[in-house]
Design a binder for this molecule. Structure first.
Ligand code: ATP
Ligand code: MG
Length: 489
């Protein structure tokens, strides 16, 4: 490096650099090179334009400093006797992926420098370089660093509202699920979220995405139950212009939209079999083909699926492809139903109450009677149902406290057992259920309870499915499914 030219230009670049990039603190730069002269020159130049510089000739010492001094930028030689610059860059990026790296290289090794940039180096400088080249590259790298950190902090602010904090609950069961979400979010593994209708499966899927490295890319939910097979296929994979009558223009599919992000296959248990095979192929090959197209398009999506059905059982019965089941179910997160989340009902009820009355007049709490009823009720529609009940109560109540009179009649008619409509009693130990495990007995009991509830709500709403679904706090589709499941047509 031409030392002289370096010194000459320090004065002229120092001011603009500082004016252009106002900083709250000095940015720290770590310089690694096996030539001490090189380190010294860079250090002098960069210190003169207002940076805090440390240098070392020892790659191991550099790695230690990357951890302890947390520099904002690493300048490193590409070829050193004890470690190559690319290896060091990889390690540096593991420690802090947001920290840019600039590689010094001799002309003879420019090809490797280009490879380094492809691997994530911010830039390279071919020796000998001028002061201007050095300072321009450094300022650009630091500007990018600032931008990345700013984005990160915005994302963290977003996470505070969209991360775990808006998934309310203090039950141990839910916190075990949160722990799984944290771990799953760090990985790229496909996740299957299990749980009854309205337990918060979509909320959990969003939290996984928001906490994952893909957070800044799209989150795309796909409802697998809402469309017939051919429409769902073109929704998922897109179609070329003229692929079928009505396909007047090319349309990219949701898998393409979700590229580099996360796709949620909601109600995956309802996906038609033909499409299951196509989806499996797409996930295995990480490529899709639009309907009516011949070109293969590479896609990179993280798959989260959700279902309220027992997929393992469906797979055993041949109603769901087991190869697809294993592919989507690398990590499973089971969300407990609300009736098993001891203590969460009151907490959720107060949270929803606050949401619905914020900034306007309305009730401020619940009477002990009302809370007792909420706690005793089995919540077949889970959190969605509770939310609707609280919303309704807020609209109806004229008093300071929500009382039983503001709750829907089926909730008031009784607590859990002996309620009106008559609820089934728990399977007794001396009938044919005596061989069931507690879990199986519970499932059967809850099934009976669900059937009784659905039949009753439909009867009360005069057979109007939309109205019954609204009262039950589930969507129409879910109610239809329950009607089929319990053969209540
Ligand atoms: N722990 C929670 N805290 C706050 N709100 C919640 C929680 N769990 C669920 N909700 C709310 O309840 C409603 C239902 O949640 P969500 O749509 O995620 O359920 P789901 O399991 O996907 O239901 P479905 O099976 O019917 O699709 C949403 O309004 C959601 O915001
Ligand atoms: Mg859902």
């Amino acid at each position: 490096m031409d030392d002289c030219s370096v010194e000459n230009r320090v004065a002229s670049t120092a001011q603009p650099a500082q004016r252009l990039w106002p900083r709250l603190r000095m940015e720290r730069i770590l310089i690694l090179d096996d030539e001490t002269d090189m380190i010294e020159t860079c250090r002098r130049v960069l210190t003169a334009v207002g940076h805090d510089c440390v240098g070392t000739t020892d790659p191991d010492d550099a790695l230690e400093k990357l951890e302890s001094d947390r520099p904002d930028l690493l300048l490193t030689d590409l070829r050193m006797p004890s470690m190559d610059g690319i290896g060091l860059m990889r390690r540096a990026r593991e420690i802090d992926p947001a920290r840019p790296v600039i590689i010094f290289t001799a002309y003879a090794t420019i090809e490797s420098a280009v490879a380094a940039v492809r691997e994530g180096a911010f830039d390279y400088l071919a020796k000998p370089f001028s002061l201007e080249q050095l300072t321009v590259a450094v300022e650009r790298a630091l500007a990018q660093r600032r931008l990345t950190l700013e984005n990160q902090s915005l994302r963290e602010q977003l996470l505070r509202t969209y991360g775990f904090e808006n998934i309310i609950g203090r039950s141990a069961a839910l916190h075990r699920a949160f722990e799984m979400v944290r771990k799953a979010a760090r990985s790229e593994a496909n996740v299957l979220v299990l749980g009854e209708s309205g337990v918060g499966k979509e909320l959990i899927a969003r939290a996984i995405h928001a906490n994952s490295p893909r957070a800044s890319r799209p989150f795309v939910p796909v409802d697998c139950a809402s469309l017939p097979e051919n429409l769902l296929e073109s929704e998922l994979f897109g179609h070329e212009k003229g692929a079928f009558s009505g396909a007047s223009a090319l349309k990219p599919g949701l898998m393409e939209t979700a590229d580099k992000g996360t796709i949620l296959f909601d109600e995956i248990g309802e996906m038609p079999q033909g499409l299951q095979a196509k989806l499996l192929r797409a996930l295995q090959e990480r490529r899709i083909r639009r309907v009516g197209g011949t070109r293969e398009i590479a896609i990179d999506v993280r798959v989260v699926s959700a279902t309220n059905r027992n997929l393992r059982e469906l797979a055993a019965r041949g109603e769901f492809r087991d190869d697809l089941f294993y592919r989507i179910n690398v990590i499973d997160i089971a969300l407990p139903p609300l009736r098993d989340r001891k203590g969460d009902v009151t907490l959720l009820a107060y949270t929803f109450l606050r949401n619905f009355t914020e900034g306007r007049p309305g009730p401020r709490g619940f009477t002990p009677d009302a809370l007792g009823l909420l706690e005793a009720y089995p919540w077949p529609g889970n959190i969605r149902e509770l939310r609707n009940v609280v919303e309704r109560a807020c609209a109806l109540s004229d008093n300071e406290m929500i009382s039983p009179a503001d709750l829907p009649p089926h909730l008031v008619a009784g607590g859990m057992v002996g309620a009106e409509p008559p609820l089934p009693t728990a399977p007794a130990a001396n009938d044919d259920t005596s061989r069931l495990t507690l879990k199986e007995a519970k499932e059967r009991w809850i099934g009976q309870l669900e059937a009784a509830y659905v039949a009753d709500v439909l009867r009360r709403e005069g057979g109007n499915v939309s109205q019954a679904a609204r009262v039950a706090g589930v969507d129409r589709k879910t109610l239809h499914r329950l009607l089929n499941k319990h053969r209540l047509r």
